[in-house]
Design a protein around this ligand. Sequence first.
Ligand code: CO8
Length: 259
Amino acid sequence: MSTFEHIIVESKGAVGVIRLNRPKMLNALSFAVFREIAAAVGDLEADDGIGCILITGNEKAFAAGADVKEMQPKGFIDMVNEDFKASGGDRVATCRKPTIAAVSGYALGGGCELAMMCDIIIASDTAKFGQPEITLGTIPGIGGSQRLTRAVGKAKAMDLCLTGRMMDAAEAERSGLVSRIVPADKLMDEAMAAAEKIASMSRPVAAMAKSAVNRAFETTLSEGINVERDLFRSTFALDDRAEGMAAFVEKRKPNNKHR
Ligand code: CO8
């Protein structure tokens, strides 16, 4: 297991929780934080006891963006040399296990981008999302212009990226960025319940469902449907498919083998 300075990593049953922990800086994401998140995701992905990964911050901020104080003195060559992708900047997006972002307060810039790397965003009613990079003379750098556009469409993505304004939780839910909104004091309970539910499913089937949905972002409709059909068929090679349907027919709870 890796050791961490800027994040707290815990296993709660079958759920791996990564909590960003730089409260004085609203969880600003330095390069070191991204490297730690990548290492934690790697650890939790390799842990057979974990079926779902939950990423969260604190009440005031999920993360208010990349660490502007760290970035401020850098030049072009520094940013080229810091190969952000190779150092794990988008590791969350390549995780094979299901991921949930539980967002309270600010999810801005790199914070919004980190949340969007997760499979599901559950937001508290205090959440605020935005890509304010333009106000700093730059643009999103770890997927914001691409994932936000796919999530909310061109008009809203342009609005956020060009004006730098924030959208509240209600607007984010209306726009399709977040799957549910819950009262701030219920955020962790609800997000944990969702994570536990996912972790109780057959692991290989969850991985296939995730993979099938993700194909929708990468390929044409007909190719995506072909991939889905192949994955669907392949579930019929699993004990858990046999158990799931037998349990339904016998009116009992399934006892998944692959958990
Ligand atoms: N980076 C560094 N420090 C930050 C950041 C940040 N992103 N956000 C907040 N802080 C610090 C503040 O400087 C302040 O520190 P101090 O007490 O030492 O002055 C402390 O956190 C508390 O912040 P505020 O006093 O500003 O709190 P407020 O409640 O008044 O305001 C805001 C909250 C509105 C969220 C405000 O802090 C803010 O605007 N933050 C910056 C938001 C932003 O612009 N984010 C985008 C950053 S750029 C980015 O994310 C690029 C992504 C691509 C990266 C790819 C490679 C790295």
